[in-house]
Design a protein around this ligand. Structure first.
Ligand SMILES: [Zn+2]
Length: 446
C-alpha cells in the first residue's frame, strides 16, 4: 500500500527510511561528511532561491561554500527567532516553482504567543516521517507493527489532509487519540482502542502519557502494557519515567523534536543520552551567542537540512540542553554527537530579584513527592509565585511548608508563595502541558 501511495503522491518515504537505517551505522567521519555536504547543498540553494538568505549573505559578504566549510564563518549568520521568521515569513519561502508546489502549511499554536504558520516541503516531510520510524525501530518496532499516538489533533486542516491522515493511519496500522482531551471518557476510549489494536508502542506528550498511566493505575487495568513508550514535546523527569515504566511494564524512550526542525534526537535502547539526528539537523550549542565548552549546558540552535521550501538556518529553539563530551561512545555502536539531557525551555526559567535565573519547575522535583499528581509553577511578578497542585489521596499538607521554603531559597526570602489546588490542570491547545512559566516580561521576547 505504501508503495502505491508513494507512486501516486511523489513521496519517497521508504527510500528515506532505508537511507536513514543505513546511515545510523556510519562512523563519525562519514556522518560529518554527510552532514557537511547536506549543509553545503542547502546553503547554495538558499542563496540562489530564498530572498532572505540572498540578501543577508550579500550584506555579510559571505559565500555559501565558505559557510559550509567553516563553523566560525557559519557563526557570522544571524540567529533566527520564531518572532523574526513569523514577521518576515514571505522572505523565507523558496522562489523555485518545483519545490514551492510541494509546500504544506503547518500551524503550531505554540506554548507562548501567537500561532506560527510554518511551511514544509515534501523532502522535509519524508525525512521527518522516516526519522520517526527509525527512532521507533530502536525499541524493536518494525514497519507495520501496530502503534498508538496520544497526540494533538491538528486544527483547521483541510478535508483532503484529514482524509489522507486517516488513510495513512490505516496503512501504517496506527491510531490516534487527542492528547488535549484527557477526560475519563476519552481515556476510557483510549483503553478500548489499546485492547482492540494491541499496539506494540505508545507515543505521546509526556504529561498526557503520565495522566493515562495514572488512570490505568487507579482503575487497576493490568492488561494495558506496551513494549515501549515514546515521550516527546515536554521535558521527561525521572519520576515520570519511573511511573510509565512501572505502570506499562515498558521501556521509555525520550524523543526530542519540534515542528519547525523535526526530530532532533532520541534515546536508543541503552537509555544513556539521546543520539542527535545528524542526517537532518546541524546543531550548535550556544550560551550568550558563543559555543559552549564540552559537556556544558546551553541553548540549542538548529539548522534543518531537508526543508528547502522554507529553510531555517541557525534557528533558535529556546530549549536548554546538555551535550555529552565529544569522545563519549554509546555502547549501541552508533557514532555521532549525543545530548546528555534536555533540561527545559528558556521560558521556564524565572528571573530573580538579584538578576539571576532559576528553573521555575524546580527541575520536576515536585512530581517526585508522594501525593502530588501534577504541578504547575507560575511566576506572576518578581516577588509572587503561584504553585498549583493536583493532590492525590496520600497528599501530606506538611509538604506545603517544604515547597514554600524551597521557592524562597531559590527566588529570595521576600517572595510570596500562594498555593492553589485545582482538580486538574489544563493542557495547552496543542495537547502539551507547561510545568512552569513566567509572566515577567523578557528583553529578548522569549
Ligand atoms: Zn546508543
Amino acid at each position: 500500500m505504501l508503495k502505491i501511495y508513494q507512486r501516486v503522491s511523489g513521496r519517497v518515504l521508504l527510500r528515506r527510511f532505508q537511507e536513514l537505517m543505513a546511515s545510523q551505522w556510519f562512523d563519525q567521519a562519514a556522518l560529518e561528511q554527510l552532514q557537511r555536504e547536506k549543509l553545503r547543498r542547502l546553503l547554495r540553494y538558499a542563496y540562489r532561491y530564498v530572498p532572505y538568505y540572498r540578501r543577508t549573505f550579500d550584506e555579510l559578504g559571505v559565500q555559501p561554500d565558505a559557510l559550509a566549510d567553516s563553523p566560525a564563518e557559519f557563526r557570522k549568520l544571524t540567529i533566527l527567532t520564531k518572532n523574526y521568521v513569523r514577521a518576515h515569513r514571505a522572505d523565507f519561502i523558496t522562489t523555485e516553482p518545483r519545490t514551492r508546489r510541494t509546500l504544506h502549511e503547518h500551524v503550531t499554536s505554540g506554548s507562548t504567543g501567537e500561532p506560527f504558520a510554518f511551511l514544509e516541503d515534501y523532502n522535509y516531510r519524508d525525512y521527518v516521517t522516516a526519522g520517526i520510524w527509525r527512532h521507533l525501530t530502536w525499541s524493536g518496532w518494525q514497519l507495520g507493527d501496530p502503534q498508538g499516538f496520544l497526540w494533538g489533533e491538528p486544527e483547521g486542516e483541510p478535508f483532503f489532509h484529514r482524509m489522507r491522515a486517516v488513510a495513512m493511519d490505516w496503512m501504517l496500522n496506527r491510531f490516534r487519540v487527542d492528547a488535549y482531551d484527557l477526560s475519563a471518557q476519552n481515556l476510557a476510549r483510549l483503553v478500548r482502542r489499546v485492547r482492540r489494536f494491541r499496539p506494540r508502542l505508545l507515543f505521546g506528550y509526556t504529561t498526557a502519557l503520565t495522566t493515562f498511566a495514572r488512570y490505568v493505575l487507579r482503575n487497576d487495568l493490568t492488561d494495558i502494557r506496551f513494549a515501549a513508550v515514546y515521550t516527546t514535546g515536554e521535558t521527561l523527569y525521572p519520576p515520570q519515567r519511573a511511573l510509565l515504566e512501572r505502570v506499562f511494564h515498558c521501556e521509555v524512550f525520550n524523543r526530542y523534536a519540534t515542528v519547525e526542525v523535526g526530530g532532533i534526537a532520541c534515546e536508543c535502547s541503552e537509555h544513556n543520552g539521546l543520539h542527535v539526528n545528524v542526517e537532518s539537523c546541524y546543531t550548535e550549542l550556544l550560551k550568550d551567542g558563543h559555543p559552549v565548552p564540552e559537556g556544558g549546558e546551553g541553548e540549542l540552535v538548529v539548522t534543518n537540512l531537508d526543508n528547502y521550501g522554507f529553510p531555517l538556518i541557525r534557528y533558535r529553539l529556546a530549549d536548554v540542553v546538555r551535550m555529552k563530551p565529544a569522545a563519549h561512545r554509546c555502547s549501541c555502536g552508533r557514532a555521532g554527537p549525543m545530548l546528555a539531557s534536555v533540561e527545559g525551555r528558556v521560558v521556564d526559567l524565572f528571573p530573580t530579584v538579584t538578576g539571576g535565573l532559576v528553573w521555575g519547575d524546580l527541575e520536576g522535583s515536585l512530581l517526585g513527592y508522594r501525593g502530588i499528581e501534577q504541578s504547575q509553577v507560575v511566576q506572576k511578578s518578581l516577588d509572587l509565585v503561584i504553585v498549583r497542585l493536583v493532590r492525590g489521596p496520600d497528599f501530606d499538607p506538611q509538604l506545603l511548608n517544604q515547597i514554600e521554603g524551597r521557592i524562597k531559597r531559590m527566588m529570595g526570602a521576600a517572595t510570596e508563595v500562594r498555593f492553589e489546588f485545582p482538580d486538574a490542570l489544563p493542557m495547552l491547545p496543542s495537547g502539551k502541558f507547561r510545568y512552569a512559566y513566567s509572566e515577567v516580561p523578557r528583553e529578548d521576547g522569549s
